[in-house]
Design a protein around this ligand. Structure first.
Ligand SMILES: NC(=O)c1ccc[n+]([C@@H]2O[C@H](COP(=O)([O-])OP(=O)(O)OC[C@H]3O[C@@H](n4cnc5c(N)ncnc54)[C@H](OP(=O)(O)O)[C@@H]3O)[C@@H](O)[C@H]2O)c1
Length: 329
């Protein structure tokens, strides 16, 4: 028997989550069983611990869209017992039981070996949010972003994606402007390396002007909606925006003018189905380019019993940085 956070749905369609004891036989199909050490809390986890958001297919459900730990048993030729691994994406924690348990069983092809220099706790401090921030920065670099091009904007800066993006960009020598709706987090963002704090109100209203002053050399956008539409008109000539999230809305009330007159690029970032080679590349970059002392400063520790409350908090945009869940505590 081992502990798992199990979400049940009653006949009225209401979900409830609680820590329960389950057995290995109850785990879903897969060729690798992992002794989970740490998991974390992402926006999607908030949905899957709570109302489901259309992501969860069957109940009872074990959420947790990412985890890190040690292989316990493997029928996959690429993994053996004792290997340290990390998992993000592949709809684990949504369609497949996830990391909010002391054990998880998954397809070995979904796993990535932990890179040298990152342990299981640090890997979950990074988690899906940080991994996606790295993918977003890699995409900007692949489209020509270089230090010296000008300030890079990070929206939803005090959240998970935003915090990790801010720390990496600053470490790489970029000037970082962080957009936040929480002015009290300005010192935190400066400690991660932001040199400019932009108030959310300055950017979350649309304007009739399709082009404004050329300001940003790049943007990692966790917010979407009106803010993304506004930012597109403020990008420098030929600059790119990595669209990562929808914390502010899924709409995009924009014009095509920034694309046509300034050659602005809007780059879509998906972490879930990301090919294996690019996953390896991103984890290796994280080990090299994310300062571990700054990662440490983002962490709030938690246990399985804290998750129902934390799930609600992240849906309200109230989590600062990254939560690391010790599933064995
Ligand atoms: N594409 C992918 O594969 C992928 C992967 C991971 C995450 N995501 C998405 O990326 C987004 C961020 O994820 P996360 O884990 O970083 O979540 P998070 O920790 O909750 O961060 C989101 C941040 O956005 C800001 N925000 C919240 N509500 C807002 C609003 N109404 N208007 C403007 N800003 C708002 C807040 O930052 P401030 O308080 O600083 O303003 C909040 O901390 C989510 O939408 C998530 O689903 C996508």
């Amino acid at each position: 028997m081992f502990n798992a956070l199990v979400v049940n749905k009653n006949e009225e369609g209401k979900t409830s989550a609680a820590v329960e004891q389950i057995t290995v036989d109850q785990l879903p199909e897969g060729d690798v069983t992992v002794a989970v050490e740490y998991s974390t809390v992402n926006y999607k986890d908030g949905l899957c611990v709570g109302p489901g958001g259309g992501l969860v297919r069957n109940y009872p459900h074990v959420p947790g869209i990412d985890f890190a730990g040690t292989v316990e048993a493997s029928d996959n030729p690429n993994y053996k017992a004792g290997d340290k691994v990390v998992l993000t994406g592949w709809r684990v924690g949504e369609a497949h039981w996830g990391g909010y348990a002391q054990k998880a069983r998954v397809k070995g092809d979904w796993l990535v070996p932990l890179p040298a220099g990152i342990d299981a706790r640090q890997a979950m401090a990074v988690g899906t949010a940080g991994f996606t921030a790295m993918l977003a920065i890699m995409a900007l670099e692949d489209h020509g972003l270089k230090p010296g091009n000008g300030p890079v904007l990070v929206t939803g800066a005090a959240g998970g994606v935003g915090s990790v993006a801010t720390a990496i960009l600053s470490n790489l020598g970029y000037e970082v402007a962080g957009v936040t709706g929480r002015p009290e987090q300005a010192d935190y963002l400066k400690s991660l390396g932001a040199t400019q704090i932009v108030a959310r109100e300055e950017l979350n209203e649309t304007t009739k002007r399709p082009l404004e002053a050329e300001t940003w050399a790049g943007c990692v956008d966790a917010v979407g909606g009106d803010m993304l539409a506004r930012v597109l008109g403020q990008m420098k000539y030929g600059a790119s925006v990595s669209a990562v999230g929808l914390a502010g809305g899924a709409g995009l009330p924009a014009t095509v003018i920034p694309f046509l007159l300034r050659g602005v690029n809007l780059l879509g970032i998906d972490s879930v189905m990301q090919p294996y080679d690019n996953r390896l590349r991103a984890w290796e970059r994280l080990a090299k380019d994310l300062p571990m002392d700054k990662l440490e400063a983002m962490i709030t520790p938690a246990t399985l019993t804290d998750l129902p409350g934390l799930g609600k908090d992240i849906l309200k945009g109230q989590i600062k940085g990254r939560v690391v869940v010790d599933v064995n505590a």
